[in-house]
Design a binder for this molecule. Structure first.
Ligand SMILES: [Zn+2]
Length: 260
C-alpha cells in the first residue's frame, strides 16, 4: 500500500532519496490539482518516509506557483502524520548569520494570498497561536545540538510572496518583528494544521537579507548553500530515526472545538 508516516518537504535540501530502502515514486491525484512532483516513498531505518520537493526535482516551480494545497493534501492522502519542511532563508538579525540553523516557533504572514482548505459550507477557525509542532521542534533542536551546529532554538519566520526579494525599506521594517525571511513555509504550516498533521520547519540561513547592505559574492553563497544542504541532511537523518510517529502534541486534534 502507498503510505508513509513522516514526510520531508524539501526546498533545495532534503534527505537523499537514494538512501531510502524499497524506494518508489508515486503520483498522487488531489481535488486541488497536482502536487509539485511525484512523491518518493521508502523506509529509512524502518521508518516509512515520503519525500516531496516543493519546487519540483528540477527546481522549475517558483514560490508563487507552488500548489501548496495539492502538496499537503497529497501527503495527507498517503497517511502522513508528521512533516518536516526544510527552508533556505535570509536573516533579519545580526546574530543570525550564514550557515546557522533556525527552528522557528512563530511566523508572520506578509503574503497577499489566502491559505485554507475550507470554502463555503462547513468550516473551522483553527488556532495558530503556536503554529509549529512542539514535538518535532524539540526533536530537531536536540539533533542540531548533538551535531554541534550553530543553532537558534526559536525564531519568527516572516513570509513574503516572492519571487522578488524585499526592498531595503521593507527589510528594515520586517527586522523589527521577525528573525528570518522566506517565501514558502507559511502556507504549508497552515494547511498541515487544517489537515491535523504535525509540521515544523528546519531553516538554514543563506545570507543576510537586504537590510544589512553587505554584498555577498556568488562563490560565498554557493559555499554556504553546500554546507547548509549537508547540515540539513544530517539533521533530517538523525531526527527521523528518533521522532515518534505520534507524540504528546495537540496537532492531531486541531479541528476539535474549532467548527464555525
Ligand atoms: Zn504535532
Amino acid at each position: 500500500m502507498d503510505s508513509a508516516d513522516i514526510a520531508i518537504i524539501g526546498g533545495t535540501a532534503s534527505i537523499d532519496p537514494g538512501l531510502l530502502r524499497e524506494a518508489r515514486d508515486v503520483s498522487v491525484a488531489t481535488p486541488y490539482g497536482k502536487p509539485s512532483d511525484a512523491i518518493t516513498l521508502g523506509t529509512l531505518d524502518g521508518v516509512r518516509v515520503a519525500i516531496l520537493f516543493r519546487h519540483s526535482r528540477k527546481h522549475t516551480i517558483p514560490p508563487h506557483l507552488i500548489n501548496h494545497r495539492a502538496n499537503i493534501d497529497a501527503l495527507h492522502r498517503l497517511g502522513v502524520k508528521r512533516i518536516i519542511a526544510t527552508a533556505a532563508v535570509g536573516s533579519l538579525q545580526e546574530d543570525c548569520s550564514a550557515g546557522d540553523v533556525v527552528i522557528p516557533d512563530q511566523f508572520i504572514d506578509c503574503s497577499k494570498e489566502v491559505h485554507t482548505f475550507f470554502g463555503e459550507g462547513k468550516f473551522y477557525h483553527i488556532s495558530m497561536a503556536d503554529p509549529f509542532c512542539p514535538d518535532i521542534r524539540q526533536a530537531l533542536t536536540g539533533t542540531a545540538k548533538r551535531l554541534n551546529l550553530r543553532l537558534h532554538e526559536r525564531g519568527t519566520y516572516l513570509r513574503i510572496d516572492g519571487p522578488q526579494f524585499s526592498t531595503r525599506a521593507a527589510s528594515k521594517m520586517y527586522r523589527q518583528s521577525a528573525d528570518i525571511i522566506g517565501m514558502t513555509c507559511v502556507p504549508e504550516a497552515i494547511l498541515a494544521r487544517e489537515r491535523q498533521m504535525c509540521l515544523a520547519v528546519l531553516a538554514t540561513v543563506t545570507d543576510y537579507d537586504v537590510w544589512s547592505d553587505k554584498p555577498v559574492s556568488y562563490d560565498e553563497i554557493k559555499r554556504v548553500m553546500a554546507m547548509n544542504i549537508e547540515n540539513t541532511r544530517k539533521i533530517l537523518h538523525d531526527t527521523i530515526r528518533t521522532l515518534p510517529i505520534r507524540g504528546s502534541c495537540s496537532c492531531g486534534s486541531a479541528l476539535e472545538g474549532a467548527e464555525a
